[in-house]
Design a protein around this ligand. Structure first.
Ligand code: TNX
Length: 639
């Protein structure tokens, strides 16, 4: 390889770090009229760069060096600084680098070496050794009676449905038995697996009895039947005889702790093909989750087809050379793209519904809108706005204007199509991370504030969100949004708040009268690293989350049973933000096994949860993940 770049930590303090960057020209050609591009997700202080000038848009940086020629076999060196926390992990460093010559007409790939970290942590989290449990059920059912003996399932086994509600569950069970064990049930024979209605049971509740006479599943809801099948699929064991499975005699009565048990997947930062999304949804069903929150739009990509605005996907779903959006997060040289057609979305929704999972779409406004604004500038760009701001992800042009007619036209049109497409009663409107300083120097925002008597710019955000809330309500939907949706004090208490800053913040929203979904980043963010070794992929702005910490998340730990605030906490959600999730293997590694730990926080009552007990069930469960090719992080790593 002809070019190599090194990033070295020179000094680090809590909120200020200085680095040395060396580009080696190992080719036999001089570089003339060249620039250096790289990707890093921290903000580089522009004034801090010596020997050149930096321009940064999001994670995309370009350095114009102060030397025009870099001779063959020579190197270029500069220093730069950030004023955020030190880098601790290799994935914090340059993700990609490129040398471009002659205004980008020629480009040369650059080998990126791992950052030379100042003080790599050597501390590791330690998972105690345990015996694998023979009853490897995750999440742990709330009542189990283990009995002697096994029931055998053979190809003559028949599934009998005494409930129309159980149809979806029975289909899913058959699909999964075939996928996992190449096992097919017949339609003749006696009733080995019987699904029966039991209207006394609550939503999601089920009972599962395996005895001499067969497998009996009872529930009062379609969801309950699905959860029963999820349990059954973990009880099933292969035998030495082909096409014969055995199931331990057991009696289980089970119901969820929280009624909302979700996972959010960011498909904007990196695009996940439909098959990958479905694979995750199916996994969620196995751990009794019932909500899939689909983050479909962000600064770096618009991923949902909107028929009225083909530009959103023609332009907004692509980034990289020759497109309207700069490269971000991973590759510099190739165009990165992807979106879901409405047909694909319908297919995903149906697939999820068959597994008891509701798909909640998120259209993130008014921040995180760069892809939309670049796609529809005639509607969404406020050319007179001279406000200076920088978003958390380092953009200065990613916020919708509450004072443009185009913004409302856009919202009406997009939301109408979204509502039409998604049966979910909730639509997520984002509302997170609107940067300070936005709208301040926009004449039209000023005029709007005067007209409505608003004192503070945050009220403009409230104004826009209130509009969205009303439109969604008219269309029969409930608006839900991130924590910041209540900023600006305009949305009604009908809006459900997804709180991500901390559990304390969630309780604060609940005490104001909002219904709340808790997604505290310190426990539920699956993009956080899982240990302290520098080769662990991930970020750590909220925390490092080893399995033990994820498992240790005990929702509402400090809230007394009698506190009425508990009623406002509808459930728990975990999230995978995808800045560094570029491929399936990385996704598996970040999700598993932590998802199984969090599933238990969602489902299992506090008194039945125990770290060591979970570990032994996890150990017993890993072979099932292996069977499916899930590339989880090994909990019992050899040092
Ligand atoms: C915060 S949590 C975000 C996302 C980032 C994530 C990275 C929230 C509502 N916003 O935009 O992707 O951190 O961890």
């Amino acid at each position: 390889m002809s070019y190599r770049i090194d990033l070295t930590v020179l000094s680090e303090q809590k909120q200020f770090c200085r680095f040395g960057v060396t580009l080696h020209n190992l080719s036999d050609q001089d570089l003339i009229d060249w620039k250096l591009q790289f990707i890093i997700d921290r903000y580089v202080l522009p004034e801090s760069v010596n020997h050149g000038e930096i321009k940064q848009i999001g994670s995309f940086c370009t350095i114009t060096p102060d030397v025009q020629i870099l001779k063959a076999n020579q190197h270029y060196y500069c220093e730069l600084s950030i004023n955020t926390a030190p880098l601790r992990y290799y994935t914090d460093g340059f993700k990609d680098a490129l040398v471009v010559e002659h205004n980008g007409e020629v480009s040369h790939p650059v080998v990126v070496t791992p950052i030379a970290l100042a003080s790599p942590y050597r501390e590791r989290s330690h998972i105690p050794e345990v015996e694998a449990s023979k009853l490897a059920l995750i999440p742990k059912p709330n009542q189990i009676n283990l009995l002697d003996g096994y029931y055998l399932l053979s190809p003559n086994s028949q599934i009998t449905l005494n409930s129309t509600r159980a149809e979806g569950a029975a289909n899913w069970l058959q699909v999964e038995l075939e996928r996992l064990y190449e096992f097919k049930t017949h339609s003749i024979g006696h009733s080995d697996i019987l699904f029966r209605d039991n209207p006394i049971l609550d939503e999601g509740e089920y009972s599962l009895t395996v005895g001499k006479e067969g497998i009996r599943i009872e529930s009062g809801s379609a969801a309950g039947f699905i959860h029963a099948c999820a349990t059954l699929l973990q009880l099933v064991e292969a035998t030495d005889t082909r096409n014969t499975l055995r199931v331990r005699h057991v009696k289980i009565s089970d119901s969820p702790r929280f009624r909302y048990r979700g996972m959010m997947l960011d498909c904007a930062r990196h695009f996940h093909p439909v098959e990958r999304v479905k694979r995750l949804i199916n996994q969620l069903a196995h751990y009794k989750f019932n909500q899939f929150h689909w983050h479909l739009t962000d600064d770096e990509g618009w991923r949902i087809e909107i028929k009225a605005y083909p530009e959103l996907t023609d332009i907004g779903s692509k980034r990289g050379p020759g497109t309207a959006l700069e490269p971000q997060f991973s590759t510099l040289k190739e165009v990165y793209q992807g979106y879901y057609s409405q047909d694909e979305i319908r297919d995903v929704i149906a697939y999820a519904a068959e597994r008891g999972i509701t798909v909640i779409p998120e259209i993130d406004i008014p921040g995180h809108c760069r892809a939309a604004i670049k796609s529809l500038p005639h509607l969404l760009a406020d050319s007179e706005d001279k406000s200076q701001f920088r978003s958390i992800q380092h953009y200065n042009d990613n916020v919708l204007s509450p004072a443009l007619a185009g913004t409302y036209e856009f919202l009406d049109t997009v939301l109408a199509e979204v509502v039409e497409l998604f049966p979910s009663p909730w639509v997520h409107i984002g509302a997170d991370e609107v940067p300070n300083g936005v709208w301040i120097d926009s004449p039209s925002c000023k005029a709007l504030m005067e007209e409505l008597g608003y004192q503070c710019h945050k009220e403009l955000q409230g104004h826009l969100l209130r509009y969205a809330e009303k439109s969604l309500k008219k269309m029969g939907k409930r608006m839900v949004g991130w924590e910041e949706a209540q900023h600006g004090n305009k949305v009604s208490k009908d809006t459900v708040i997804y709180s991500w800053l901390s559990e304390e913040a969630a309780l604060n929203c609940a005490s104001q009268g909002f219904d709340v979904i808790m997604q505290p980043a310190q426990y539920t963010y699956l993009d956080m690293t899982q240990d302290y070794a520098p080769e662990e992929p991930g970020v750590d702005w909220a925390a490092t989350i080893p399995l033990e910490i994820a498992y240790g998340y005990e929702p509402l730990k400090n809230v007394p049973e009698s506190d009425p605030i508990r009623k406002r906490i509808l459930g728990i959600q975990c999230a995978l933000w995808c800045e560094i999730i570029t491929h399936q293997q990385r996704m598996d590694y970040m999700i598993f096994p932590r998802l199984t730990a969090l599933a238990e926080a969602c489902w299992t009552n506090k008194q039945h949860r125990d770290w060591k007990d979970y570990l032994s069930r996890l150990k017993g469960h890993l072979p099932l993940l292996d069977k499916q090719g899930v590339q989880y992080r090994q909990p019992w790593k050899q040092k």
